[in-house]
Ligand binder design. Sequence first.
Ligand code: SAM
Length: 362
Amino acid sequence: MNALFDIIKAEIEADGPITVARYMELALAHPEHGYYQKQDPFGEDGDFVTAPEISQMFGEILGLWMAVVWQGMGEPDPLNLVELGPGRGTLMADALRAAHALEDFDDAVRMWMIETSPALREKQKEMLKPAMLMPAWRDSFEEVGPGPLIVIANEFFDALPIQQIARADDGWRERLIGMNDEGDKFEYTLSEDLADSSVVPEELRNSTPPGSIFEYQPASQAIMRQISERVVKEGGVALFIDYGHIEHGIGETLQAVKDHKFTDVLKNPGDVDLTAHVDFLQLTKVAEEAGATVLGPVPQGAFLERLGLGQRANALMMNGNEDQVAEIDAAYKRLTDAEEMGTLFKVIAIVPPGFGVPPWAE
Ligand SMILES: C[S@@+](CC[C@H](N)C(=O)[O-])C[C@H]1O[C@@H](n2cnc3c(N)ncnc32)[C@H](O)[C@@H]1O
């Protein structure tokens, strides 16, 4: 038990069981005790490692991707370069170093970091000091100024609150979190009223047996809708890299991680990372409803290969000593191998209609 446990318990005792989304929101983003608000969880010494923290090659390749996309857009100036949930800022620092080769790109960029954690904003500021560009930090994408954009987000959607709906004998009910009888543990329960089952895809709604859980992503969908509408109206590309599935699935993917190990979702809120697999199909539908075209999903390994990660790794290995060669080789494999991040992680791009299919999205 910790301070946030008491805060959540008080909310449940006052108003009744809370949604899974509310629990995640408090656990990850409570202003004082939320997981991302109070710590830097990245890296081997932290709780988990993300792709940009594995190797500088990841951000560098994405920097070259940004420059090429900008050229393909007709080199708009100004260009809004937006990163959602930048973590330590490593991806953008590496990307800007690589994109710096195109001098005009630097001049055109107006950079925005969408980040709710004050602790991580500070990290990002430090990380971006060597770059010639300082971003404007904002809490939400809606605050990004007008004009064409390139948006990038790595492992952003998986950190946003999800809802769970469970099939009961008489229909679908919202899965909620309440207290056990002793008041010393959270436990799952179901809503008293039947839930709006239209959030469950039609093909699953009636055929799914009692006890099944379906996860949906209202927070991610709202952001996807805003970004898609902007891309259609003002031009640009939004690239999302995340782990998840490309078909709707029944089952629970919400998970808690601490010190690189899985742990109990309902214990130690604010001290453990909570994530859920991204349902790329739900997000694709939202983007298409907003009039955008969705490219992909492309597996991360294939995407990075098409952008030249293999050549970049080889070039770095030619100049490295034995230890460095081993390190680069290991990072390359971790980012691209099917048993590592190569296929579980996927890439989708949101583009305006008529954008075409560039080689990286084929
Ligand atoms: C899993 S981390 C990914 C970090 C980084 N992109 C990387 O690859 O290392 C999630 C990031 O999203 C931020 N975040 C979480 N919820 C957010 C929200 N609602 N709005 C903006 N940023 C958010 C977190 O503070 C953190 O920077």
